[in-house]
Design a protein around this ligand. Structure first.
Ligand code: 13P
Length: 396
């Protein structure tokens, strides 16, 4: 009798996970397992995509790999292009994304790529779909689905993130096109408070988005970015991050989100960008891991940090410091600026520089891969890679 319940409760198959302690959502029913000799009702989560979500999350959170974030909206991509003197045209955006997505050997270090909608439907200049370029490297295609930030009435000049309307039908199209994970970025500002209202709104929006993503077969990346802006010490960031993540997990649970089928994209816990002292990678790792261990259940497969305006080298050093001892989750990267800066500077929009720029991308991807394994050293890094990219009031 006891052995039956142990077998049931220790089984690691995904279908078993699918039957665990979720509140029954719409369309769900109940089953039962034996526990301590008694039959216990276990609500079944009626998730058509559960096995696939678990597999997708596992592929993305695979050792030595992380995410290349190239989901800049057309306006933000325009800022990247203008930094090297290029116009913000569809042809230039395609050329830049082609450079990134056709880098030979990228899949050794990169497990997922977050795309903007335009890129998901684009092809290379010789007609190969970008999605197929990624799949050939065993990289999972992802899609940014939020519709950006808007002022939040009743708050302290804070914002809220839009994009839930029509999300399920957009997902049906993105899934057909090959996307298997999604990203929704909302922000929390420490100098603006943050107000209880803004934090609750951010957490609720993320949770609704996560539930809709899973219902449609895409692993949600949950990203409440706590902006670097401010002159506060690291202790204040820790306090705010703990508050934000406790609200996020409260509403994820309320929305019956399968924790095994999500990925997180947190900011690292650092002092505000304008604080008088900088923190070492060891201190940032200590505070960040303390916060995560207090707030994130081990059921979550992966923590994929954003870079948030840190320099390429800083972001890699901090990640490396977090992987000096085992963590309950895969701790990795989902960087945009900290993977693209040197690439852009090397490319300069010139076809003859494409190969060198792709090599620069591989250098950064490999450095972060080593940092995911806790084996990175900054020896030999260029001055360019050490330049901070923080922009006050940055919008993505
Ligand atoms: P950064 O790494 O530039 O902060 O990008 C964050 C992000 O959300 C990209 O998807």
């Amino acid at each position: 009798m006891a052995s039956t319940s142990l077998v049931n409760l220790n089984a690691s198959s995904s279908s078993w996970i699918a039957q665990q302690s979720f509140n029954p959502p719409r369309g769900s029913s109940s089953s039962s397992v034996r526990f301590a000799g008694r039959r216990v009702a276990v609500p079944i989560r009626a998730g058509a995509y559960t096995d696939e979500l678990l597999q997708t999350a596992k592929t993305i959170a695979s050792p030595g790999r992380g995410i290349l974030a190239i989901d800049e909206s057309n306006a933000t991509c325009g800022k990247r292009l203008s930094s090297i003197g290029l116009d913000n045209t569809e042809t230039n955006r395609q050329a830049y994304r082609q450079l990134l997505l056709t880098t030979p050997g990228l899949g050794e270090y990169i497990s997922g790529a977050i795309l903007f909608e335009e890129t998901l439907y684009q092809s290379t200049t010789d007609g190969k779909k970008f999605v197929d370029c990624l799949l050939a490297e065993n990289i999972v295609p992802g899609i940014k689905v939020d519709k950006g930030l808007s002022p939040l009435p009743g708050s302290n000049n804070e914002s809220w993130c839009q994009g839930l309307d029509g999300l399920a039908s957009r997902y049906a199209e993105y899934y057909k096109q090959g996307a298997r994970f999604a990203k929704w970025r909302t922000v929390v500002s420490i100098p603006c408070g943050p107000s209880a209202l803004a934090v609750k709104e951010a957490a609720w929006g993320l949770a609704r988005y996560a539930a809709i993503s899973q219902d449609n077969g895409l692993v949600p990346i949950v990203e409440p970015e706590i902006l670097l802006d401010g002159d506060h010490p690291i202790e204040r960031t820790l306090e705010v991050a703990e508050h934000v993540w406790s609200e996020v997990f409260y509403y994820l649970a309320q929305n019956n989100v399968l924790f095994e089928g999500i990925l997180l994209k947190p900011s690292m816990v650092t002092p505000g960008a304008e604080h008088k002292e900088k923190a070492s990678p060891e201190t940032i790792a200590k505070y960040t891991l303390t916060m995560l261990k207090r707030r994130v259940p081990p059921a979550v497969p992966g923590i994929m940090f954003l870079s948030g305006g840190q320099s390429e080298v800083e972001a890699t050093l901090n990640l490396n410091a977090m992987n000096q001892s085992p963590n309950p989750w895969h701790v990795s990267f989902s960087y945009a600026r900290a993977l693209q800066n040197t690439v852009l500077k090397t490319w300069q929009g010139r076809p003859e520089n494409v190969e060198a720029a792709q090599k620069a991308l591989l250098v950064r991807a490999k450095a972060n891969s080593l940092a995911q394994l806790g084996k990175y050293s900054a020896e030999g890094e260029t001055e360019e890679a050490k330049k901070g990219m923080f922009v006050k009031g940055y919008t993505y």
